[in-house]
Design a binder for this molecule. Structure first.
Ligand code: ZN
Length: 580
């Protein structure tokens, strides 16, 4: 068959320079010469189309139809983010040298190839980046049809209603993934197209959002790389500090940014003793050593404070969430301090998409409504980083909630509600059977929360330091001692705090738990508590069974299923009826 250049039947390649954002993806249905228009306007035959072009379009459509699920004649599947994508090895091999080598290695034995459908893991082929399900499907459609389709709605837009989705993070991420995938699978024309699309983002995106572009452009460098150069210039002109550069970019890119800054006439200052002290604190944080941070503060007493070093900002951006909590416990840093770029610690945590740090900061008095220099709140930062498709995808009870959605939920609660109640002091008078029945109730509630809402429960338990106490189990023969009562009280304090945090930040989870736990019924005797415990144990086994069954079903079908929550709820409903 004669070689045909892509541009002959894909007008988008000639006009892609004026598209970049999502509004252009969404304009596809209205026609016009933009990217994706090639897929939408393929049906009506253009008067100027030669028979050759019409025949090629027919060919493209026929081969692409192989991708539709109801005609499954595939001979392999590729696992992308736990979802199986059926493929036809011969087509991929004909279209991509990478796939030819991977899918038909010369040493492969005939018998193996003839047996069951082959399965490949996409992540095994990706060494320098990620490619999501949606980007992979677009790449596959291009390989089969020669046409670059528009991504599904909601993949390239964020969930901030005040955002014009001009160059928000989901759009940047999608284009980056497509470029990286095209590079890995050796499809140069698709790399060029993605690079041109990304060029349109360079001046309009938040400067932080250029980091993933720079990383990918560096990997996919093709010689005269306009994309890499323009990103370096934009970052070089910005106020992005050296710490951020060194933490997030490959060294060769950092060097290029620094060279560019020098060429602009930016002077380099010899590092002052203050600067050295700051770096020492940062290195201590890098090695998770808060004790060392304390020593450094004592040593350089009066010379440097945590605020001078923007230590909380640094920890929120680059360290384990536990380190930020430990720094907060020291109580000597301003939780609402802004760094020279106008960001509070909460803004940094929102950019990092780290719910544990966000909760820790809010419980220590961080202001959720503080604005960045371009007037974004922490909630808006989170919303602009979150893909609409992920945010609105239902999460089954018992499954991990995605971190970006949790951040939004927590910040929304923080913005809209009264301040979190202070910890309620527990009196020692609360002893004897009352204490134990109350404690059992809390143990049950928290244990159930761990099963149904694992991420949310873990967050609340971490902030309340539940790990520092040991679980209470009923022992009727025990005689209460002062030490034991103290232990029970500290356990109860941690669990009460957990429930309080859960009610405050995750009301939707609390409502479900309330229904199951019958919180409103007064609890009278230890005997009743034991009945409750028995009921809880049975519930737990029903829930676990339902999950293992769903898990097995999912593994069998190879698809993610939405049946977990329904079968869990059915199980719970059944048990509830039994006890009513
Ligand atoms: Zn947006």
């Amino acid at each position: 068959m004669a070689q045909v250049s892509l541009s002959q039947f894909s007008p988008s390649f000639n006009c892609s320079s004026n598209i970049s954002n999502n509004s252009s993806y969404r304009s596809i249905s209205s026609g016009g010469g933009e990217l994706g228009a090639c897929s939408a306007d393929s049906s009506p035959v253009h008067p100027s189309k030669t028979p050759d072009i019409a025949a090629l379009e027919k060919l493209s459509e026929s081969i692409e139809s192989l991708l539709s699920l109801d005609v499954d004649c595939s001979d392999a599947e590729i696992m992308v983010q736990d979802r199986a994508v059926p493929v036809h090895r011969c087509i991929l091999a004909a279209r991509s040298p990478f796939f030819k080598e991977k899918l038909f290695p010369s040493a492969r034995q005939e018998s193996q190839a003839a047996s069951a459908k082959l399965r490949y893991e996409l992540k095994d082929w990706l060494t320098a980046g990620n490619v999501g399900y949606e980007a992979f499907k677009i790449l596959l459609a291009y390989l089969y049809s020669g046409k670059v389709k528009a991504p599904p709605p909601n993949v390239c837009i964020c969930i901030d209603s005040s955002c014009v989705h001009d160059a928000c993070r989901p759009a940047v991420d999608f284009a980056v993934e497509l470029m990286y995938a095209a590079h890995v699978f050796q499809i140069p024309e698709l790399v060029s197209l993605s690079q041109r699309r990304l060029l349109n983002f360079v001046e309009r995106a938040q400067v932080e959002d250029l980091i993933p572009i720079l990383i990918a452009a560096n990997v996919c460098e093709t010689g005269s790389d306009q994309l890499l150069t323009r990103c370096i210039h934009r970052v070089g002109r910005s106020d992005l500090d050296n710490v951020a550069l060194e933490k997030e970019l490959p060294q060769e890119v950092v060097n290029k940014v620094k060279e560019f800054r020098l060429s602009l006439g930016g002077a380099t200052f010899p590092s002052s003793s203050q600067q050295k002290n700051i770096q020492r604190i940062q290195r201590a944080l890098d090695s998770d050593d808060v004790e060392l941070v304390k020593l450094l503060l004592q040593e350089g007493v009066g010379q440097i404070t945590l605020d001078d070093a923007y230590a909380l900002h640094y920890a929120a951006a680059y360290c384990d969430p536990k380190i930020t909590s430990e720094l907060l416990e020291l109580g000597c840093a301003d939780v609402n301090l802004k760094n020279p770029r106008g960001y509070t610690v909460l803004h940094m945590a929102a950019m990092r998409r780290e719910p544990a740090t966000i909760v820790a900061l809010l419980t220590k008095g961080a202001h959720p409504s503080d604005l960045t220099s371009d007037e974004r709140t922490a909630l808006q930062i989170s919303k602009r980083l979150t893909r609409s498709i992920d945010y609105f995808r239902p999460t089954d009870e018992g499954k991990e909630s995605p971190k970006d959605r949790l951040c939004i939920e927590i910040l929304e609660q923080a913005e809209s509600r009264n301040p979190l109640r202070a910890e309620v002091p527990l009196s020692l008078a609360f002893a004897g059977e009352d204490l134990r029945t109350k404690l059992l109730d809390l143990e049950n509630r928290v244990a159930l929360a761990k099963i149904l809402f694992p991420t949310e429960a873990k967050l609340a338990m971490e902030i309340a330091h539940v790990d520092a106490t040991s679980e209470y189990t009923v022992d009727l023969n025990e005689t209460p001692t002062a030490v034991m009562t103290k232990k029970l009280l500290s356990r109860m304090k941690a669990l009460s705090r957990t429930v309080e945090l859960g009610k405050h930040f995750f009301p939707r989870c609390s409502e479900v738990l309330n229904k199951i736990m019958d919180d409103d019924l007064p609890v009278i005797t230890l005997e009743e508590q034991r009945v409750k415990r028995k009921r809880y144990d049975e519930l737990k086994s029903v829930v676990s069974e339902a999950f293992s069954k769903d898990k097995a079903d999912n593994e069998k079908s190879g698809m993610s299923s939405s049946s977990s929550s329904s079968s869990v709820r059915d199980g719970l409903r059944h048990k509830n009826n039994k006890y009513r």
